[in-house]
Design a protein around this ligand. Structure first.
Ligand code: OAD
Length: 258
Protein backbone atom coordinates (compact mmCIF):
# COMPACT_ATOMS: atom_id res chain seq x y z
CA UNK A 1 0.00 0.00 0.00
CA UNK A 2 2.79 2.46 0.86
CA UNK A 3 5.69 2.64 -1.61
CA UNK A 4 8.71 2.50 0.68
CA UNK A 5 11.90 3.37 -1.14
CA UNK A 6 14.47 0.69 -1.91
CA UNK A 7 17.03 2.88 -0.15
CA UNK A 8 15.05 2.90 3.10
CA UNK A 9 14.37 -0.85 3.02
CA UNK A 10 18.00 -1.62 2.20
CA UNK A 11 19.25 0.71 4.94
CA UNK A 12 16.92 -0.98 7.43
CA UNK A 13 17.96 -4.47 6.36
CA UNK A 14 21.60 -3.70 6.98
CA UNK A 15 21.19 -1.40 10.00
CA UNK A 16 22.85 -2.35 13.28
CA UNK A 17 21.13 0.44 15.20
CA UNK A 18 17.81 2.09 14.51
CA UNK A 19 16.56 4.97 16.65
CA UNK A 20 13.18 6.65 16.75
CA UNK A 21 11.89 9.98 18.05
CA UNK A 22 8.15 10.09 18.64
CA UNK A 23 5.68 12.87 19.35
CA UNK A 24 1.99 13.29 20.06
CA UNK A 25 0.97 12.21 16.54
CA UNK A 26 1.93 8.61 17.35
CA UNK A 27 -0.77 8.52 20.03
CA UNK A 28 -3.40 10.42 18.02
CA UNK A 29 -4.92 7.20 16.67
CA UNK A 30 -5.29 5.94 20.25
CA UNK A 31 -7.54 8.94 20.95
CA UNK A 32 -4.97 11.11 22.73
CA UNK A 33 -5.18 14.66 21.33
CA UNK A 34 -2.02 16.28 19.95
CA UNK A 35 -0.91 19.68 21.24
CA UNK A 36 -0.88 21.94 18.22
CA UNK A 37 -3.84 20.81 16.11
CA UNK A 38 -5.78 24.04 15.57
CA UNK A 39 -9.18 22.50 16.40
CA UNK A 40 -8.63 19.54 18.68
CA UNK A 41 -5.15 20.31 20.06
CA UNK A 42 -4.51 20.46 23.80
CA UNK A 43 -3.25 24.02 23.33
CA UNK A 44 -6.21 25.09 21.19
CA UNK A 45 -7.84 27.15 23.95
CA UNK A 46 -4.86 28.24 26.03
CA UNK A 47 -1.38 29.63 25.64
CA UNK A 48 1.09 26.73 26.09
CA UNK A 49 2.99 28.59 28.82
CA UNK A 50 -0.22 29.01 30.88
CA UNK A 51 -0.59 25.22 31.06
CA UNK A 52 2.97 23.97 30.83
CA UNK A 53 5.28 26.26 32.78
CA UNK A 54 5.99 26.78 36.46
CA UNK A 55 4.84 30.42 36.23
CA UNK A 56 1.54 29.36 34.64
CA UNK A 57 1.08 26.67 37.27
CA UNK A 58 1.68 29.01 40.20
CA UNK A 59 -0.65 31.60 38.65
CA UNK A 60 -3.55 29.13 38.31
CA UNK A 61 -2.86 25.74 39.93
CA UNK A 62 -6.52 24.74 39.77
CA UNK A 63 -6.59 25.13 35.97
CA UNK A 64 -3.27 23.36 35.42
CA UNK A 65 -3.91 20.47 37.84
CA UNK A 66 -7.34 19.98 36.25
CA UNK A 67 -5.86 19.94 32.74
CA UNK A 68 -3.33 17.27 33.71
CA UNK A 69 -5.94 15.29 35.67
CA UNK A 70 -8.16 15.08 32.58
CA UNK A 71 -5.22 14.07 30.39
CA UNK A 72 -4.19 11.43 32.95
CA UNK A 73 -7.71 9.99 32.95
CA UNK A 74 -7.79 9.95 29.15
CA UNK A 75 -4.47 8.10 28.98
CA UNK A 76 -5.79 5.46 31.38
CA UNK A 77 -8.84 4.92 29.17
CA UNK A 78 -7.00 4.43 25.88
CA UNK A 79 -4.83 1.67 24.45
CA UNK A 80 -1.73 1.52 22.25
CA UNK A 81 -2.57 1.66 18.53
CA UNK A 82 -1.09 -0.34 15.62
CA UNK A 83 1.72 2.21 15.29
CA UNK A 84 2.91 1.60 18.87
CA UNK A 85 2.63 -2.16 18.35
CA UNK A 86 4.52 -2.06 15.05
CA UNK A 87 7.41 -0.20 16.69
CA UNK A 88 7.59 -2.84 19.42
CA UNK A 89 7.61 -5.56 16.75
CA UNK A 90 10.22 -3.75 14.66
CA UNK A 91 12.48 -3.80 17.71
CA UNK A 92 12.17 -7.60 17.71
CA UNK A 93 12.83 -7.87 13.95
CA UNK A 94 15.90 -5.61 13.95
CA UNK A 95 19.20 -6.00 15.83
CA UNK A 96 18.51 -2.90 17.96
CA UNK A 97 15.80 -0.25 18.01
CA UNK A 98 15.36 2.42 20.67
CA UNK A 99 12.67 5.03 21.15
CA UNK A 100 13.10 8.54 22.50
CA UNK A 101 9.63 9.89 23.12
CA UNK A 102 8.29 13.33 23.88
CA UNK A 103 5.06 11.65 24.91
CA UNK A 104 4.19 11.33 28.58
CA UNK A 105 1.45 8.72 28.09
CA UNK A 106 3.44 5.48 28.54
CA UNK A 107 1.80 3.91 25.46
CA UNK A 108 5.08 2.70 23.92
CA UNK A 109 5.86 0.73 27.08
CA UNK A 110 2.30 -0.63 27.21
CA UNK A 111 2.73 -1.84 23.61
CA UNK A 112 5.82 -3.80 24.68
CA UNK A 113 8.66 -1.50 23.63
CA UNK A 114 11.53 -2.10 26.01
CA UNK A 115 14.04 0.67 25.27
CA UNK A 116 12.09 3.90 25.73
CA UNK A 117 13.72 7.15 26.81
CA UNK A 118 11.04 9.50 28.19
CA UNK A 119 12.33 12.96 27.34
CA UNK A 120 9.40 14.88 28.84
CA UNK A 121 8.65 12.70 31.87
CA UNK A 122 5.46 10.79 32.65
CA UNK A 123 1.98 12.12 33.21
CA UNK A 124 1.30 9.38 35.76
CA UNK A 125 3.96 10.83 38.06
CA UNK A 126 3.16 13.69 40.49
CA UNK A 127 5.33 15.34 43.12
CA UNK A 128 5.34 18.32 45.46
CA UNK A 129 6.79 21.42 43.86
CA UNK A 130 8.24 22.50 47.23
CA UNK A 131 9.57 19.39 49.00
CA UNK A 132 9.57 16.87 46.14
CA UNK A 133 7.47 14.29 48.04
CA UNK A 134 5.59 11.79 45.89
CA UNK A 135 2.84 11.13 48.45
CA UNK A 136 -0.88 10.88 47.71
CA UNK A 137 -2.19 14.45 47.42
CA UNK A 138 -5.01 15.86 49.52
CA UNK A 139 -7.52 18.29 48.07
CA UNK A 140 -7.80 21.63 49.91
CA UNK A 141 -10.97 23.72 50.32
CA UNK A 142 -10.36 25.40 46.94
CA UNK A 143 -10.05 22.05 45.13
CA UNK A 144 -6.27 22.27 44.79
CA UNK A 145 -4.11 19.13 45.12
CA UNK A 146 -1.61 19.64 47.94
CA UNK A 147 1.28 17.77 49.49
CA UNK A 148 0.36 15.91 52.70
CA UNK A 149 3.88 16.56 54.09
CA UNK A 150 4.37 20.31 53.60
CA UNK A 151 1.15 21.62 52.04
CA UNK A 152 2.93 22.60 48.80
CA UNK A 153 1.33 22.36 45.37
CA UNK A 154 1.42 18.94 43.69
CA UNK A 155 2.72 19.16 40.12
CA UNK A 156 2.87 16.58 37.32
CA UNK A 157 6.17 14.80 36.68
CA UNK A 158 6.47 16.23 33.21
CA UNK A 159 8.96 18.70 31.76
CA UNK A 160 7.64 22.23 31.44
CA UNK A 161 8.82 25.07 29.25
CA UNK A 162 12.01 26.52 30.67
CA UNK A 163 12.95 23.28 32.47
CA UNK A 164 15.79 20.88 31.79
CA UNK A 165 15.08 17.46 30.32
CA UNK A 166 15.80 14.48 32.60
CA UNK A 167 19.55 14.14 32.20
CA UNK A 168 19.79 10.36 31.79
CA UNK A 169 16.99 10.21 29.20
CA UNK A 170 18.47 13.09 27.21
CA UNK A 171 22.00 11.68 27.18
CA UNK A 172 20.69 8.28 26.14
CA UNK A 173 18.58 9.80 23.34
CA UNK A 174 21.52 11.83 22.10
CA UNK A 175 23.74 8.73 22.15
CA UNK A 176 21.11 6.79 20.15
CA UNK A 177 20.92 9.62 17.59
CA UNK A 178 24.68 9.89 17.17
CA UNK A 179 25.06 6.12 16.71
CA UNK A 180 21.98 5.35 14.62
CA UNK A 181 22.24 3.95 11.10
CA UNK A 182 18.59 4.77 10.41
CA UNK A 183 16.62 7.37 12.38
CA UNK A 184 12.86 7.95 12.34
CA UNK A 185 11.09 11.12 13.46
CA UNK A 186 7.45 10.15 13.86
CA UNK A 187 4.35 12.20 14.68
CA UNK A 188 6.11 15.30 15.95
CA UNK A 189 5.83 18.89 14.74
CA UNK A 190 9.55 19.21 15.66
CA UNK A 191 9.23 22.67 17.14
CA UNK A 192 10.17 21.96 20.77
CA UNK A 193 13.90 21.77 21.42
CA UNK A 194 16.11 20.06 22.33
CA UNK A 195 14.04 16.99 21.30
CA UNK A 196 13.40 18.37 17.81
CA UNK A 197 17.15 18.55 17.25
CA UNK A 198 17.65 14.78 17.61
CA UNK A 199 16.85 13.87 13.97
CA UNK A 200 19.27 16.61 12.86
CA UNK A 201 21.98 15.28 15.20
CA UNK A 202 21.39 11.82 13.73
CA UNK A 203 21.66 13.11 10.16
CA UNK A 204 24.81 15.09 10.91
CA UNK A 205 26.26 11.87 12.37
CA UNK A 206 25.54 9.89 9.19
CA UNK A 207 22.15 8.28 9.78
CA UNK A 208 19.53 7.95 7.07
CA UNK A 209 16.73 10.05 8.54
CA UNK A 210 13.07 9.53 7.72
CA UNK A 211 10.03 11.43 8.92
CA UNK A 212 6.57 9.85 9.23
CA UNK A 213 3.80 12.40 9.69
CA UNK A 214 0.41 13.35 8.27
CA UNK A 215 1.91 16.74 7.33
CA UNK A 216 5.54 17.84 6.93
CA UNK A 217 7.12 19.01 10.20
CA UNK A 218 9.27 22.08 10.78
CA UNK A 219 12.43 20.11 9.96
CA UNK A 220 11.07 17.96 7.09
CA UNK A 221 13.14 19.82 4.49
CA UNK A 222 16.37 18.81 6.23
CA UNK A 223 15.74 15.04 6.27
CA UNK A 224 16.36 12.25 3.75
CA UNK A 225 12.74 11.17 3.28
CA UNK A 226 9.30 12.30 4.41
CA UNK A 227 6.56 9.66 4.39
CA UNK A 228 3.13 11.27 4.55
CA UNK A 229 0.47 9.20 6.29
CA UNK A 230 -0.83 8.22 9.72
CA UNK A 231 1.75 6.36 11.78
CA UNK A 232 -0.87 3.79 12.81
CA UNK A 233 -1.01 2.67 9.17
CA UNK A 234 2.48 3.54 7.97
CA UNK A 235 4.40 1.67 10.66
CA UNK A 236 2.55 -1.67 10.31
CA UNK A 237 3.02 -1.37 6.53
CA UNK A 238 6.73 -0.75 7.01
CA UNK A 239 7.02 -3.73 9.34
CA UNK A 240 5.27 -5.86 6.75
CA UNK A 241 7.43 -4.60 3.88
CA UNK A 242 10.54 -5.34 5.90
CA UNK A 243 9.66 -8.74 7.29
CA UNK A 244 7.54 -10.23 4.46
CA UNK A 245 9.87 -9.80 1.55
CA UNK A 246 13.30 -10.34 3.02
CA UNK A 247 14.58 -11.09 6.47
CA UNK A 248 16.89 -8.38 7.82
CA UNK A 249 20.51 -9.12 6.91
CA UNK A 250 21.52 -9.15 10.54
CA UNK A 251 19.44 -11.92 12.05
CA UNK A 252 19.09 -12.25 15.77
CA UNK A 253 20.33 -15.54 17.16
CA UNK A 254 17.30 -17.49 18.33
CA UNK A 255 17.55 -20.35 20.75
CA UNK A 256 15.84 -23.54 19.52
CA UNK A 257 12.31 -23.71 20.82
CA UNK A 258 12.27 -27.45 21.40
P1 OAD B 1 2.43 18.51 18.28
O1 OAD B 1 1.00 18.63 18.66
O2 OAD B 1 3.24 19.76 18.23
O3 OAD B 1 2.58 17.80 16.87
C1 OAD B 1 1.91 16.61 16.56
C2 OAD B 1 2.38 16.14 15.21
O4 OAD B 1 1.77 14.91 14.93
C3 OAD B 1 2.03 17.09 14.06
O5 OAD B 1 3.19 17.27 13.25
C4 OAD B 1 0.94 16.33 13.29
O6 OAD B 1 0.98 16.61 11.89
C5 OAD B 1 1.33 14.90 13.59
N1 OAD B 1 0.25 13.91 13.50
C6 OAD B 1 -1.05 14.03 13.87
N2 OAD B 1 -1.71 12.87 13.71
C7 OAD B 1 -0.80 11.96 13.23
C8 OAD B 1 -0.85 10.60 12.87
N3 OAD B 1 -1.97 9.89 12.97
N4 OAD B 1 0.28 10.01 12.42
C9 OAD B 1 1.44 10.71 12.30
N5 OAD B 1 1.55 12.01 12.63
C10 OAD B 1 0.46 12.64 13.09
O7 OAD B 1 3.09 17.43 19.29
P2 OAD B 1 4.64 17.19 19.61
O8 OAD B 1 5.47 17.40 18.41
O9 OAD B 1 4.72 15.89 20.31
O10 OAD B 1 5.92 19.15 25.49
O11 OAD B 1 4.92 18.34 20.64
C11 OAD B 1 6.19 18.43 21.25
C12 OAD B 1 6.04 18.89 22.67
O12 OAD B 1 5.28 20.10 22.70
C13 OAD B 1 5.24 17.96 23.56
O13 OAD B 1 6.02 16.91 24.08
C14 OAD B 1 4.80 18.87 24.65
C15 OAD B 1 4.42 20.09 23.88
O14 OAD B 1 4.64 21.30 24.55
C16 OAD B 1 5.75 19.20 26.81
O15 OAD B 1 4.67 19.06 27.35
C17 OAD B 1 7.01 19.44 27.56
Amino acid sequence: MYPFSDTLLERLRTAERVAVLTGAGVSAESGVPTFRDAQTGLYANHRPEDLASEAGFRADPLLVQGWYRERRQRVQQVAPNPGHHALAQLAEALPYLSIATQNVDGLHQRAGSRVVHELHGSIMDTYCIDCGAREQAYIDKDGIERCPICGGLMRPGVVWFGEMLPEAAWHAAEHEAVNADVYFSIGTSAVVYPAAGLPLIARASGAYVVEINVAPSAIAGELDEVLLGPSGEMLPALLKALTNNHAPTHQRAHAPTN
